[in-house]
Design a binder for this molecule. Structure first.
Ligand code: HEC
Length: 382
């Protein structure tokens, strides 16, 4: 136990060093320290580091549940204190600037500065001086997952509540809560616009699209292949934290998660997890769900590996990202292999219909129409 505490402290120290000093030599030094600590630790208990997660768990689910539930308040307190220290999280809606469904866009600079400094002062310093005096705002450093050593998919409360109401599924984790306040995440549920039916505007009619209502909402608007793609995007498949084994983070055994549990209505609810591509854990980046609007004109996908097609991403999400890039653990928890021709393609086809909100200030040539814009602008003037 003491060993574990020491280990965690050292991980935190290394993480702090990595973020404080962005130079390679520090990263190398930190990694070296980490490795020597690991080596020392492995001598302690005869264990060596591994890329794999433990598959055979010898702790009962009820013990895991009570151990992690008890640790949750302290973990959340520590993470929320980090957010507060770095960012201004207050609710300050901008006047007259709304998302397409009507939620206010937040205004103002939200990254806090080291106490006693101002943006004006910073703007007069060279990058070297900022580095020497350690004045680089921490809010621009990578944001950790609410519990970075643990990681995993984490959903905002709005999504959890609505899915529970509509489908009776529980997306809550017993060990962690989502961290951003509601006013700082996209509108929920977000509108959905189709490239094929711009005449219809928001086809979600203000609802969160789920397995319960998609057929009623889309039959007659989509072709049968797209309807099937949408059905699969709304269907749950097992995942690292949400599955039927003892190695899960939902109180009850879970059927899994659906693509649109994160990409709500083809957009995003800002659900988060860690990129699966790096090891050890502290090198993995927190990633917040991006919108899928406009993937039909995109040429590269994902922040890490630059996947080339929506089809590749759709296939990879479940086989790799759902299980942190570990096919061994995926086998234990129930990986769902999608058929490329009939399922992946249908899912990709639906995703490629997801349009941006109508841009009412653009003319037919796609450029800002100064007439419309100036009329609106002058209308707002006192
Ligand atoms: C935890 C919530 C979550 C779930 C569930 C999820 N995704 Fe994602 N999705 C993400 C995140 C986070 C990224 C960004 C990944 C990155 O940057 O490397 C992403 C990226 C993508 C992208 C690339 C978007 C871009 O702009 O590059 C596509 C396409 C995609 N997801 C489709 C899917 C499909 C299909 C499924 C279901 C099989 C799915 N997602 C399930 C969170 C999720």
């Amino acid at each position: 136990m003491a060993n574990n505490v020491l280990w965690m402290q050292l991980e935190v120290l290394v993480q702090t060093m990595k973020t404080k000093f962005h130079k390679l030599r520090w990263a190398v030094l930190a990694a070296g320290l980490l490795m020597s600590v690991r080596a020392a630790r492995s001598q302690d208990n005869g264990k060596i580091p591994s890329s794999y997660m433990p598959v055979d768990i010898h702790e009962s689910f009820s013990t895991i549940l009570s151990r992690m539930t008890a640790a949750k308040p302290e973990i959340m307190k520590r993470h929320m204190a980090l957010l507060e220290e770095r960012y201004d999280l207050s609710d300050r809606p901008a006047q007259g600037v709304k998302m397409s469904g009507g939620k206010a866009v937040q205004q103002g600079v939200r990254v806090k500065l080291a106490s006693g400094t101002t943006w004006d002062q910073l703007s007069k310093l060279s990058p070297e001086q900022i580095q020497e005096r350690d004045l680089f705002p921490a809010g621009f450093q990578p944001l950790p997952h609410p519990n970075h050593p643990e990681g995993g998919m984490l959903f905002p409360k709005l999504e959890i509540d609505e899915i529970k109401k509509q489908e009776g599924r529980d997306l809550a984790r017993f060990d962690l809560d989502f961290d951003f306040p509601d006013h700082l995440i996209p509108e929920f549920p977000p509108p959905l616009y189709l490239t094929t039916r711009v005449d219809l505007g928001d086809v979600s009619h203000g609802k969160l699209i789920t397995l319960d209502n998609y057929y009623e909402l889309f039959n007659g608007i989509l072709n049968p292949k797209q309807l099937e793609g949408l059905r699969l995007l709304l269907t749950t498949f097992p995942q690292q934290q949400f599955n039927a084994t003892e190695d899960r983070r939902s109180e009850r055994p879970s059927r899994g998660v659906a693509c649109f549990d994160c990409h709500a209505n083809g957009h995003t609810n800002r659900a988060t997890h860690l990129a699966g591509d790096a090891r050890p854990q502290e090198f993995r980046h927190r990633i917040n769900t991006p919108s899928l609007r406009g993937v039909n004109i995109q040429r590269l996908f994902g922040s890490q590996r630059g996947l080339k097609t929506v089809e590749d991403f759709t296939e990879f999400e479940q086989r790799a990202a759902y299980f942190d890039g570990d096919p061994v653990i995926a086998q234990k928890k129930g990986v769902n292999i999608l058929d490329r021709g009939s399922q992946v393609h249908a899912m990709a086809e639906f995703q490629e219909l997801l349009d941006f909100p109508p841009a009412s200030k653009l003319g037919v040539d796609g450029k800002l129409n100064p007439k419309i814009w100036s009329i609106e602008k002058s209308a707002r003037m006192p």
